[in-house]
Design a protein around this ligand. Structure first.
Ligand code: GAR
Length: 208
């Protein structure tokens, strides 16, 4: 079976990108897919160095170029099958959403539908969770559509919060959870789509 080719869209330091690149370069993950391209809208972003260090192709595409069709062209030229958003802070262009329906996922650092939507990213989310005095937070992996954070949920992982947790503590707990789950959940989705579903994916919500 040909390996699925994953593209990652990211805007920041790229710790989730690192977890995905690591997962799909060795072990069972590498049997079904590979990270073939990392793309960022920021010229300077830690995620670029992470990709370069691992020898994964990476590009910087400015927001305007993405919106004008360049992102979809690149995805097609590079024969990409799946797109994973990992700390990507722009709205995905409509042409890409349409072309990758149920082949594109995002990870959000809270339990959607709480603390999602425009402006809710990174520390903004953790500060909102802290302010709301939530007793739990977590991570949500969902299909991407044109609305921010509103695609159907595929998976949620939860973590208990202490009353003494600062927003930074919450961020650390959630990020750990993300690194643990995102690669495995994406592998599960790819295996389900390929029909090579030999692992237990009963925790995933499919899109039928
Ligand atoms: C992650 O926590 C991810 O869930 C979040 O940005 C962080 C990126 O970290 N994404 C959003 O807030 C999107 N709404 P990373 O660059 O270290 O992977």
């Amino acid at each position: 079976m040909t390996k699925a080719r994953i593209a990652i869209l990211a805007s920041g330091s790229g710790s989730n990108t690192e977890a995905l690149m690591s997962h799909f370069s060795t072990g069972p993950g590498s049997e079904v897919a590979e990270v073939a391209w990392v793309c960022t809208n920021r010229k300077v972003a830690g995620v670029r160095e992470r990709a370069q260090t691992r020898g994964v192709a990476e590009s910087h595409l400015p927001k305007a170029a993405m919106a004008e069709g360049e992102l979809l062209r690149e995805l097609r030229t590079r024969n990409i099958d799946w797109v994973a958003l990992a700390g990507f802070l722009l709205r995905v262009p409509a042409d890409v959403c349409a072309a990758f329906e149920h082949r594109m996922v995002n990870i959000h650092p809270a339990l959607l539908p709480k603390h999602g939507g425009t402006g809710m990213y990174g520390m903004h989310v953790h500060r909102a969770v802290h302010k709301a005095k939530d007793e739990t937070s977590g991570t949500t992996i969902h299909w991407v559509n044109e609305a921010y954070d509103e695609g159907d949920i595929v998976f949620q992982g939860e973590v208990a919060l202490e009353r003494t947790d600062t927003p930074e503590d919450i961020a650390t707990k959630v990020l750990e959870l993300e690194h643990l789950h995102y690669p495995v959940v994406l592998e599960g989705l790819i295996r389900m789509a390929q029909g090579t579903d030999v692992r237990d994916n009963t925790h995933l919500k499919s899109h039928n």
